[in-house]
Design a protein. Structure first.
Length: 88
């Protein structure tokens, strides 16, 4: 009985450790997307197609938001990315 319990516990630990990195990455992506949603809402930009953004596009928008460009230039660049995401 103890052997069976040890085997089940080991299998559960292995399956959890294999699934954990994927879950952590998904959680991080959700956090990035949520932060981006908040930032774009503050900028009064359309966030309807935010779910269509790739991780690369999210990173690009994040870089644009923290660049030294004017607000209008940031809005123009971000709008272009959002428009392309909406077309997919």
């Amino acid at each position: 009985m103890t052997d069976t319990f040890k085997k089940i516990a080991a299998a559960a630990a292995l399956s959890f450790s294999v699934a954990s990195p994927g879950f952590a990455m998904e959680e991080e992506l959700n956090m990035l997307t949520g932060a981006l949603y908040n930032d774009l809402t503050v900028m009064q930009m359309d966030v309807a197609d935010i779910a269509n953004l790739t991780l690369g596009e999210i990173n690009t928008i994040n870089a644009i938001m923290h660049a030294g460009d004017t607000e209008s230039e940031k809005s123009r660049k971000i709008s272009n990315i959002l428009r392309k995401a909406a077309e997919r």
